[in-house]
Design a protein around this ligand. Structure first.
Ligand SMILES: [Zn+2]
Length: 309
């Protein structure tokens, strides 16, 4: 499970957020769909795997999270959007930045807005309206990026993202490209994504510089790659570590995927603008607008068919 609801704040949190949470309350999370208790897993610095949530015992049979794996498999191959506009998966239609909350999500002692925590149990039967409808406007950048990856054939669906250009997933989220011999100049800030490079980020007290695996090519030889600069002089050490941890996890996953011959990729998503004097560098100025995810970066089925023709 990628996301859970914190019983201390009532907010949904990404598993990756556990990396920057201190302390993590192991009893502080429930399934967003049915309220079953879930446990944060693999979030400690020494864990090699990506952080996630595990439901033990499993969610009740009616919880939508049970059918998720099957649904995502189907979503890779076909559009799940129905004629009447309904959609069985989870694709938020909008994004806004989260309000800063103190104490941190999940911290014991944070205000309790949803039940008392201790006593919250999964109901034995489904609520009358079926499972809780998840919010259509999310404050999680990862939520948006994950929906984009999970539903490659439904990227025509609505997305309004801050004041960025575009009104659909396809229009808002751009694959970082080059023109064979040269990098491209993008005139406006955008939500970009591309495969992450394998090299460890360059780190100073002022910024982190993350290399992408998207580069110019000259006569079959690689030239300059794009790189993503994250100025972080006002970040806490924990926030810096969480980003580095995420980048390192993604780079390692990228190597493993390559070795395994997988079609999945480790991708860096960010909202950024190209440096005016340097086409190779994108600058990310908002801490909440960068993340790494591993998933299927495939093109929609329809356009792939067109390409073959
Ligand atoms: Zn559940």
């Amino acid at each position: 499970m990628f996301r859970a609801t914190s019983i201390h704040t009532g907010q949904d949190v990404d598993a990756e957020d556990l990396w920057s949470m201190e302390p993590v309350d192991p009893d502080g999370f429930v399934c967003p769909d049915c309220g079953s208790k879930v446990y944060p897993t693999s979030y400690r610095p020494e864990n090699l795997r990506r952080a996630h949530f595990a439901a033990k015992p499993k969610c009740p049979p009616w919880c939508p999270s049970n059918g998720e794996a099957e649904l995502l498999k189907r979503a890779r191959a076909e559009s799940l959007s129905a004629q009447d506009g309904s959609f069985p998966g989870y694709m938020p239609a909008g994004f806004r930045l989260p309000a800063e909350t103190a104490p941190a999500d999940g911290a014991p002692g944070a205000s309790t807005t949803e039940g008392e925590g201790k006593g919250r149990r999964a109901p034995a039967t489904p609520p009358e309206q079926g499972a809780r409808q998840r919010a259509r406007i999310t404050t999680s950048f990862r939520d948006i990026c994950r929906a984009y990856l999970n539903f490659p054939n439904d990227r025509h669906r609505d997305l309004h993202f801050l004041d960025l250009y575009g009104t659909t997933y396809d229009e808002v989220i751009w694959r970082l490209r080059t023109r064979q011999e040269q990098l491209i100049r993008y005139p406006i800030p955008h939500l970009f994504h591309g495969p992450i490079g394998w090299r460890a980020p360059e780190v100073t007290d002022e910024y982190a510089l993350i290399e992408m695996d998207v580069k110019e090519w000259h006569d079959g030889k690689p030239g300059r790659p794009y790189q993503v600069k994250v100025p972080w002089s006002d970040w806490s050490q924990r926030q810096r570590n969480a980003l580095l941890r995420e980048v390192e996890t993604a780079s390692n996953e990228a190597k493993e995927l390559k070795k395994a011959g997988s079609k999945d990729r480790s991708l860096l998503f960010f909202v950024g603008q190209q440096d005016k004097s340097d086409d190779a560098t994108f600058v990310v100025t908002e801490r909440k607008l960068i993340c790494c995810l591993t998933g299927f970066d495939g093109r929609p089925v329809a356009s792939r068919t067109r390409r073959k023709a």
